[in-house]
Design a protein around this ligand. Structure first.
Ligand SMILES: *Cc1c(COP(=O)(O)O)cnc(C)c1O
Length: 504
């Protein structure tokens, strides 16, 4: 078929004409998205500031577009890229020849697979087994425990530093614990857990130990003097490092490494006992795109370690400057001692209320001034201590180029809201929270509700996924609702909201 040919299914229109219309529509849809480049969104996106790298990933993705990553014996290019990417990451994480692994679709998949491998190595009967992790470990481990039928044993962190104490991990271990998890650094507070000390406990107790470096893996190796946290530390048995974060590749790529082939092989799922082709899957997917792998591989090939070192210098400079800025804002404080290009900001309880700045109101005010920050709700740990509500900032190399503007927005945003009481939930949800407090409603009541009733509660709270007409969510109010209602109830509400967004 040649350009301009008509197709009976399109009447007199050519595929080219129709394609142009469809792409035009996509372009206009994309205009409603938050900007992925330019440093205006301080979460979700990781902009190197090097447009040539984005183009490289696009070209690489196009080259492999029709390939199925399911079978590297049929498409050997996929094995070459995966082997070289695994080798590159192993090099800067100080792994020797005993460290091997795979490329997964992202941090969540890496975390789930690290837990699966540890569970299967242990070989307990179904329904048994636990994982021990700090409260700050990523939600992906909760998902892993849920999917894999393991019990979560959450260990409180020090509310001041955001770090877990190694001894507390040690006391939480049980005879059925299949894996210990800690973070380098944690997403909520950028706290670097005491990896050496935890690893020593893990080694003497013979429990595998996963270091979640999904966010730090491509930044901490060039960050400067730090306590050891990678494969230099005996007792660390697996590490996850996302290429689609500070590796600057398009979404869909993370590297998961193990020390020891026997543990690594347990990540695989194999099945020859069915009437179809023999299945041997290292990851959760069967047929899979290789586009993200090709993008990640090509970018790491071009940047090399020295390219990453350069980019980390820029992100580090911007981070240090912003941490200083927050330190100088009356009513706000940086939580703990962040390690890596991210940090969390809380209200400064050390000043009188009329000088405090609610971090979520602040995020809204900074948003009005053109920069999108990410709110995190307050929580109570298993030991009863409280972790504050915070606002999270992820800093990238391009942040450096908008630093003056961003600094101004952070300062003026704080002036806009200083002394205002903390943001509260939408009135209908505040009322619901009151009903829970009085005992008029229980979590069981909510569990029994059909989706339609939950959707109606959303609408009455002004959170109609269908009717918002593109107006942005009031995140400060949503997070206040998360804090004031039982967590299971807010989860149910948010699931309903997100599910409603994609209902045709
Ligand atoms: C981002 C992140 C994850 C999850 O990664 P996704 O790529 O979003 O699935 C896990 N752990 C940490 C520390 C992270 O920052």
């Amino acid at each position: 078929m040649t350009a301009g040919d008509t197709n009976s299914f399109l009447g007199n229109t050519s595929i080219e004409q129709r394609s142009a219309e469809v792409l035009e529509r996509l372009r206009s849809l994309r205009e409603q998205d938050a900007p992925t480049h330019g440093g205006r969104v301080l979460s979700y996106v990781y902009d190197s500031g090097l447009a040539a790298l984005d183009q490289l990933a696009t070209d690489a993705a196009q080259l492999v577009q029709p390939v199925n990553g399911l079978d590297p014996t049929v498409f050997p290019s996929t094995a070459v890229m995966e082997r070289e990417l695994v080798g590159f990451v192993r090099g800067f994480l100080h792994g020797d020849g005993d460290v091997i692994g795979n490329v997964t679709s992202g941090g969540t998949e890496s975390c789930v697979l690290a837990v699966k491998a540890a569970r299967d190595l242990r070989g307990l009967p179904p329904g048994e087994g636990s994982i021990v992790l700090p409260t700050t470990a990523h939600a992906a481990f909760h998902k892993a425990a849920h999917l894999l039928g393991l019990e979560l044993i959450l260990v409180a962190v020090d509310p001041n530093s955001g770090r877990v104490r190694a001894a507390d991990i040690g006391s939480a271990l049980r005879s059925d614990t299949v894996l210990i998890v800690a973070s380098a650094p944690s997403y909520p507070f950028a706290a670097l857990d005491p990896i050496v000390e935890i690893a020593e406990i893990a080694r003497t107790q013979s429990v595998p130990f996963h270091v979640d470096a999904c966010i730090g893996g491509f930044a901490l190796p060039w960050w400067g003097e730090l306590p050891a946290w990678d494969f230099q530390v005996p007792g660390v048995t697996s590490i996850s490092a996302d290429v689609h974060k500070y590796g600057y590749s398009p979404k869909g790529a993370s590297v998961l490494l193990y020390r020891g082939r026997d543990l690594h092989r347990k990540q695989y799922f194999g099945l020859t006992a069915w009437p179809g082709y023999p299945v041997v899957n290292p990851t959760l997917m069967g047929s899979k795109s290789v586009a993200a792998l090709a993008g990640a591989w090509s970018i790491t090939q071009v940047l090399g370690e020295s390219g990453y070192a350069d980019l980390v210098v820029r992100a580090h400079r911007a981070t240090a400057s912003l941490v200083d800025t927050i330190g100088g804002i009356d009513g706000l404080r940086v939580v703990g001692t962040p390690v890596g290009p991210l940090f969390a900001v809380a209200a400064d309880g050390g000043v009188p209320p009329d000088r405090q700045v609610d971090p979520h109101r602040w995020a809204t005010a900074v948003g009005v001034r053109g920069f999108v920050l990410q709110g995190q709700p307050a929580s109570t740990q298993p030991d009863g201590t409280a972790l504050p509500r915070t606002t999270h900032l992820t800093i990238t190399p391009v942040t450096d180029s908008v630093l003056t503007e961003l600094t101004t927005a952070l300062l003026l945003g704080a002036d806009d809201v200083r002394g205002l009481p903390a943001a509260g939930p939408p009135p209908a949800l505040a009322e619901l929270a009151g009903a829970f407090e009085r005992g008029d409603v229980s979590v069981d009541d909510v569990r029994a509700l059909p989706s339609e009733a939950v959707a109606a509660a959303l609408v009455s709270a002004g959170l109609d996924p269908k009717g918002t007409g593109g107006s942005p969510l009031d995140m400060a109010a949503v997070l206040a609702a998360v804090e004031s209602l039982p967590r299971e109830v807010t989860t149910r509400l948010l699931v309903e909201f997100l599910a409603g967004l994609v209902e045709p």
